[in-house]
Design a protein around this ligand. Structure first.
Ligand code: FES
Ligand SMILES: [Fe+2]
Length: 382
């Protein structure tokens, strides 16, 4: 099975608009509020969901050429993702094998070698230690290179498990999400190199916003939800991953036109949520808003990092100005509308700790990610 094409999603959206309802789950899901608050559960989530499950650590276009690398810190794991001279992308712990200094600092960069700034030990693009200053002082040392995490590249993205020696099957993990991501042509994107980094509350309450089609025409009614017909969403789930379709108002004018001829950008919006922490908002042939949720030091804090990707490199001032304006607009919406709401929920949760959060039949995305977090915790064996 492969994921259905976007035109099928559009057809289903129009059917939902006509029926006056979104796709529905079998029942309501209740999640204990304590699950959002418990520091011990949070530590287990970091271990099981972020350190022992595959994570999307880069888009292929971020490390397109040998020597390209990107660095990030996910749940206490500072990593560098680098394409080797052999074309293979690898993920390393960003810590020198001498005394642990970081070997790469730029968020995105290119290098023939990674040289640790502390005592100038040198690693090649495959992470191999190829130079030690004052080598006579380290005779007999048995270190081959940087600590490496299992990594696989699929569907224009790079996935890694941030545990040494873990095994994972990326095809099994993604299922048909792989074909959904392939439609987005993530390997053919160009990043606008300005990051938006924003604070939010609990990582799960923040993720709840990214998989929630229901709130668009309410919380965002004056901004990104203005052209939406709210709560008529389609949901496709593949394992823990979710593709959410949003109906836009012009879709009803396309009723008498074959779906193949629709202007899909006008008719609908599309979000792919790659479990557990990456949202890709956008359509094939269009720009993509990339958001990554990074759990914070405590259960009630996270950071969201956002980048815009375009189908063409941004070469002229007008294109850059347009990207910057879009970035600023999106920053305002996500911080002032989504994340302030999430942080407000976080302030209330201790007082409602004995209650539950309710996910309706229309909240399939939320039901999916919470069911999977529970499942992973239960099957983790500890
Ligand atoms: S810590 Fe890297 S060379 Fe010393
Ligand atoms: Fe939102």
């Amino acid at each position: 099975m492969t994921a259905s094409p976007i035109t099928d999603v559009a057809r289903r959206l129009l059917a939902n608009v006509d029926a006056g309802r979104p796709d529905h789950a079998a029942g309501i899901l209740e999640v204990p509020v304590r699950d959002y608050l418990d520091p011990q559960r949070f530590e287990r989530e970091l271990d099981v969901v972020f350190h022992r499950s595959p994570l999307l650590v880069a888009l292929s276009c971020d490390v397109a050429e040998p020597g390209d690398f990107t660095t990030l810190d996910i749940a206490g794991r500072p990593i560098v993702v680098m394409r080797g001279d052999d074309g293979v992308v690898r993920t390393f712990l960003n810590a020198c094998r001498h005394r642990g200094a970081s070997v790469a600092d730029e968020c995105f960069g290119h290098a023939r070698r990674l040289t640790c700034p502390y005592h100038f030990w040198v690693y090649d693009t495959a992470g191999k230690l190829v130079g030690v200053t004052g080598p006579e002082g380290f005779e007999g040392m048995e270190v081959e290179g940087l600590i490496e995490y299992p990594t696989a590249e699929r569907a224009g993205a790079v996935f890694a498990v941030l545990t040494v020696g873990a095994t994972f099957d990326v095809d099994e993990w993604l299922g048909d999400m792989a074909s959904a991501l392939e439609m987005l042509q993530l390997d053919k994107l160009h990043r606008y190199d300005v990051e938006t980094r924003l604070p939010s509350g609990s990582w799960k309450a923040t993720a709840d916003g990214y998989v929630d089609g229901y709130h668009l025409g309410y919380l965002h009614r004056s901004s990104i939800g203005a052209r939406s017909i709210t709560n008529r969403n389609t949901y496709d789930t593949w394992g823990p991953h979710v593709r959410i379709g949003f109906a836009n108002k012009p879709i009803v004018e396309m009723r008498d036109t074959p779906a193949e001829e629709w202007d899909l950008y006008e008719a609908m919006s599309l979000v792919h949520f790659v479990f557990p922490n990456v949202s890709l908002s956008g359509q094939p042939d269009r720009s993509i808003m990339f958001s990554r949720i990074l759990p914070g030091p405590t259960v009630g804090e996270c950071t969201v990092s956002q980048y815009q990707y375009f189908r063409q490199p941004l070469v002229d001032d007008a294109a850059i100005a347009e990207a910057e304006a879009k970035r600023a607009r999106y920053e305002a919406v996500t911080y002032e509308e989504d994340f302030l709401t999430v942080m407000g929920i976080g302030r209330r949760m201790p007082a409602m700790a004995d209650d539950v959060v309710r996910f309706g039949r229309n909240e399939i995305g939320n039901q999916t990610i919470h069911t999977w977090i529970d499942r992973l915790l239960q099957t983790s064996g500890d």
